[in-house]
Structures are given as structure tokens and as C-alpha cells.
Design a protein around this ligand. Structure first.
Ligand SMILES: [Cu+2]
Length: 134
């Protein structure tokens, strides 16, 4: 009679003990594939009297980011126009030491980068941006 009572008690004890030990070690799963989007990297450009450095940029589209820093004694901007002379992005006029990041969605192709302040493009503030397909 006593053993019949003991057996269920033992079983309950075993289950209670083993449950925490088993743990849920498989619940971690594999959903940790956080791949940073390719848009993260900005091109870095300096504008100065009177040039853009580097003058030839290349980026993988469609999202193009350019971090522009003004290193000249006078203000400059960086403006980007497409093959049909339409401005697709531009910074403000940046004073010495100022910087701005501009971002746009661009089709693959050739773009012109320049400073839109009077005469600066013809003084040498011009270059190219090539956007390649992802
Ligand atoms: Cu300029």
C-alpha cells in the first residue's frame, strides 16, 4: 500500500526537478541576421578654392550619400546635376569647416558635381559622379 503512494510522489518530484534543468536552450533560434543596408557608407568630399577633392566620385545606387566638408577660406557648396542639367541634390553654402551630408536616390549613370556659386564651376570646382547599378 505504501509503495503505491510513493511512486506517484517520486514521479512528480522527478518532473519538477528536471523541468528547469532541461531549460529552453533551443529557443535562441537563428533570427540574428541583421545585415546593415548598403546605404550606410557616405562618400567624403572636400570643397575649397577652387576645386572639389576628389573630383571623380563613384557610388553604388540607388541611394547615394555624400558628406561634404568646406575646406576653403570662402563658402562653397556641392551640387549634383544629371545628364539633362537637372539638379538632383545640393548642399547649402558651407563656410570653412562646415559639413553637410546629402542623400538622394539616383539612377545609374553619369552626373556632374560642381559648386553653384557664381563662377566657381569655371574656376575648377567641377567633377563627376558615376552611379553604378547595385
Ligand atoms: Cu564654390
Amino acid at each position: 500500500m505504501r509503495t503505491r503512494l510513493l511512486l506517484p510522489a517520486l514521479l512528480i518530484g522527478l518532473v519538477a526537478c528536471s523541468a528547469p534543468a532541461d531549460g529552453d536552450s533551443q529557443s535562441e533560434g537563428s533570427g540574428a541576421t541583421t545585415e546593415a543596408s548598403a546605404a550606410a557608407d557616405a562618400l567624403t568630399v572636400s570643397v575649397m578654392d577652387f576645386m572639389i577633392e576628389p573630383a571623380a566620385l563613384e557610388a553604388t545606387g540607388p541611394t547615394v550619400s555624400i558628406e561634404v566638408t568646406s575646406d576653403g577660406p570662402t563658402p562653397h557648396n556641392l551640387t549634383v546635376r544629371d545628364a539633362s542639367d537637372e539638379v538632383v541634390m545640393a548642399t547649402a553654402d558651407l563656410r570653412t569647416g562646415d559639413s553637410e551630408i546629402i542623400t538622394a536616390e539616383l539612377e545609374p549613370g553619369e552626373y556632374t558635381i560642381f559648386c553653384s556659386l557664381g563662377g566657381h564651376e569655371s574656376l575648377g570646382m567641377t567633377g563627376t559622379l558615376t552611379v553604378i547599378a547595385p
